[in-house]
Structures are given as structure tokens and as C-alpha cells.
Ligand binder design. Structure first.
Ligand code: THU
Length: 163
């Protein structure tokens, strides 16, 4: 028997002011986007800001539905829109923020599993790793590549014929 340990490096910024200028701008874009969420069922307003290789920032918000599973998370709205508008432009970074009735949530918000899988596909598609900024009220976590957020990931390699 054997044990394998998988670890993830996270850079922790203890205040938003510790961020670099471009990261601060992306974080602010995600926070601002929360105002555009459509979240009448959860009252959890999520904003995602995607930085593209062409310098453009695309934002997305969660879009809920009375038939709950028909809704979509902010991260996927932002990534799918960015990839639809610029199918040949790689993603460089994504920042994610969430607000409830008390404002920005205290702890850095983490993307759900389905969003992580879509983020992974985006890295693989453009053959380009990108970093993620998880935003809390005070702290921001920076994770260098999506595979760090999704260990033991399903990449699709397994679908290819071995013949
Ligand atoms: N949600 C996101 O948009 N992103 C996340 O990372 C977590 C959850 C949304 C889905 C749903 O509209 C609401 O937040 C509550 O789960």
C-alpha cells in the first residue's frame, strides 16, 4: 500500500491593497459585477471577471431560475461569454467575488466543481495556464493554475483511442 499526498500552493493577500495594479483592477471588476447578478432565490450575488490575453476584461454573474438547475454560475457565464466573443483568445486570469445581504462575504469564495471543470477545459483548450483570484472581504487567495484547484482532474485524454 502507498499513500499519495496532493498539495496546493496558495498566495494569501491579507488586504486588497497588497495586490498588484492589474490584479486589483480585476478584483474590483468582479466585485462591481456582483451588482448585476440575478439571484432572487439564493440572494447570493456572484461576480466573475475574466482577463483575456488581448487585455480585455469580461465579467459575468450568476443567473438563477425558478427551475433551480437551469441557472448558471458567474464563472461559467463569464468564461462562456469570453470564449464565444473571442474563440481564439486565451484566458489569463479569473477573479471571483460574492456578496450577500451583509456585503462581500468574509472568506474567499471558491468556485463549484462544475466551474472548476470548465476552467480546466479553458486552460487545455488554449494550452495556457491561468491564475484564479478568490476574493474575501479582507483576504484574496491567488492560485497559479486551474489544475491546482482540481487535483486528479478528468482532462479528456482518457477518451482518446490507445490504438
Ligand atoms: N454560485 C456561483 O455563481 N459561483 C460559485 O462559485 C458558487 C455558487 C452561484 C450559484 C447560485 O446562483 C448561487 O451562487 C448559490 O449557490
Amino acid at each position: 500500500m502507498q499513500q499519495i499526498n496532493i498539495s496546493t500552493d496558495i498566495t494569501v493577500f491579507n488586504t486588497h491593497n497588497e495586490l498588484s495594479g492589474p490584479d486589483h483592477q480585476l478584483v474590483d471588476a468582479a466585485i462591481e459585477a456582483c451588482a448585476n447578478a440575478y439571484a432572487p432565490y439564493s440572494a447570493f450575488h456572484v461576480g466573475a471577471a475574466v482577463l483575456l490575453a488581448n487585455g480585455e476584461i469580461i465579467t459575468g454573474t450568476n443567473q438563477e431560475n425558478a427551475a433551480y438547475p437551469s441557472g448558471l454560475c458567474a464563472e461559467r457565464v463569464a468564461i462562456f461569454y469570453a470564449n464565444s466573443k473571442y474563440p481564439k483568445v486565451a484566458v489569463k486570469a479569473i477573479a471571483i467575488a460574492a456578496k450577500n445581504e451583509d456585503g462581500l462575504i468574509p472568506n474567499p469564495v471558491a468556485p463549484c466543481g462544475a466551474c472548476r471543470q470548465v476552467m480546466l477545459e479553458t486552460e487545455l483548450r488554449f494550452k495556457s495556464n491561468f491564475y484564479t483570484l478568490l476574493i474575501g472581504k479582507e483576504q484574496v487567495y491567488k492560485i497559479e493554475k486551474v489544475k491546482d484547484l482540481l487535483p486528479l482532474c478528468f482532462t479528456g485524454e482518457e477518451l482518446k483511442s490507445k490504438k
